[in-house]
Design a protein around this ligand. Structure first.
Ligand SMILES: *Cc1c(COP(=O)(O)O)cnc(C)c1O
Length: 396
């Protein structure tokens, strides 16, 4: 009977409301892009999407998606190993491997599934997973589904990582896993040092490139390009839902035998539907574009540098980064909310984050830059930040 749990859930919901943690969804009535329209009728500049390369509404990707609807239909109605694999799926897997310089790739419905299904097929209770303390929820869940021993090191702290590697030396296999870019601070994992330690202590390396692939490195190949360690990371996971078009889809790419075992044993791959052909074909088009030119990366890197330098000059407290995530530190939870809503009134859509999403006392506004932003968009945002920042006493 629904009665008893209904009361309970109503109380839980009221508690979430009271704590000020209830998540409301803003409704967008236009395509995802730099300038979006809300259902209130207001047009705002979007600085909180993961649309790093501005591809979410790109004509070439839309065209590729439309073409695949005609050639391959709408849905697959199957998992990959029964009758859900098309020539398009195989082509996309090959293109992702070429992009990252890896042996092979396996597609998933989302990176949440890629991370959820990567550990359990590879490791058992004799083994160890050594995980960064700020890793994404999907990595944490993936680790939970695996019987391997768990070790945790402080965010991007290579000294602590070394201590954990030493503590895990008795295990059969060790794997170190980290996000490439951490989404709240925008900091980049110190991959060169991580790889060095993994060599010294005989561990595998896995990096989740969701916020770094397409973004960091001169041509957007991610952290392995940024740190010049191509081929030295054993497992890379990533998403088609952020820089790479923003639709849906995840992947694991890396060593041949690892990908083959995942095809045999990874549960989200075996027991969940295949990606639709239109999404896959747009993905193929996207990686073709990435291999032809890195002008979108150039523009994103220019935009990020421009925004960061203007904001720093205006007196804002900004976390240094090589990513496209700019954390504007405010330290006060209420201020982060007031400032974000004032900015929205000024036509700038950004989100303020506070505890428990970030540590207590470290509230902030997160700005995500995009190659889809033009200089006039950046200037409008910077001017709005300066106006509202002065108004609220954040800057002088
Ligand atoms: C967004 C994100 C994911 C999840 O990706 P989806 O494809 O949206 O499921 C996983 N890991 C990290 C680090 C992310 O930022």
């Amino acid at each position: 009977m629904y009665g008893k749990i209904k009361d309970h859930l109503q109380k839980e919901l009221a508690a979430i409301q009271e704590a000020g943690l209830f998540k409301h969804e803003r409704i967008i009535v236009s395509p995802q892009q730099a300038e979006i329209k809300l259902d209130s009728g207001q047009t705002v500049l979007n600085f909180c999407a993961n649309n790093y390369l501005g591809l979410s509404n790109h004509p070439a990707l839309i065209q590729a998606a439309k073409e695949a609807l005609d050639t391959h239909g709408y849905g697959m109605s199957s998992v990959r190993f029964i009758c859900g694999t098309t020539d398009l799926h195989k082509t996309l897997e090959r293109k992702i491997a070429e992009f990252f310089g890896t042996d092979d790739t396996i597609l998933y419905a989302a990176c949440f599934d890629a991370n959820g299904g990567v550990f359990e097929p590879l490791l058992g209770e004799e083994d160890a997973i050594i995980s960064d303390s700020l890793n994404h929820a999907s990595i944490i869940d993936g680790v939970r589904l695996c019987k391997a021993k768990r070790f945790r090191y402080q965010n991007a702290d290579v000294k602590d990582l070394e201590a954990q590697l030493i503590a895990a030396q008795d295990c059969r296999f060790r794997i170190v896993v980290t996000d490439g870019v951490f989404s709240m601070d925008g900091n980049v994992a110190p991959m060169d040092k991580i790889v060095e330690l993994c060599k010294k202590y005989d561990a595998l390396v896995m990096v989740d490139e969701c916020h770094s692939a397409g973004v960091v490195g001169e041509t957007g190949r991610g952290v392995t390009e940024l740190f010049n360690i191509r081929g030295e990371v054993d497992i890379i996971t990533g998403t088609l839902g952020k820089a790479f078009g923003g639709a849906i889809g995840g992947f694991t790419t890396g060593k041949k035998e690892i990908i083959e075992i995942l095809r045999q044993r990874s549960r989200p791959y075996l027991f969940s539907n295949s990606l639709p052909p239109n999404v896959v074909n747009a993905g193929i088009k996207m990686f073709d574009m990435m291999s032809e030119t890195h002008e979108l990366q150039d523009k994103l890197h220019d935009n990020t540098e421009y925004f960061m330098s203007k904001m720093t000059a205006a007196g804002f407290d900004i976390k240094p980064t090589k990513s496209a995530i700019c954390a504007i530190m405010l330290y006060d939870a209420k201020l982060s909310q007031v400032m974000a809503s004032r900015l929205l009134e000024e036509g700038i859509y950004v989100i303020g984050f506070y505890y428990p999403v970030v540590p207590k006392g470290l509230a902030r506004i997160r700005v995500q830059l995009s190659a889809g932003h033009e200089r006039k968009h950046l200037d409008k945002a910077i001017n709005a930040f300066i106006k509202v920042g002065k108004e609220l006493g954040v800057i002088k």
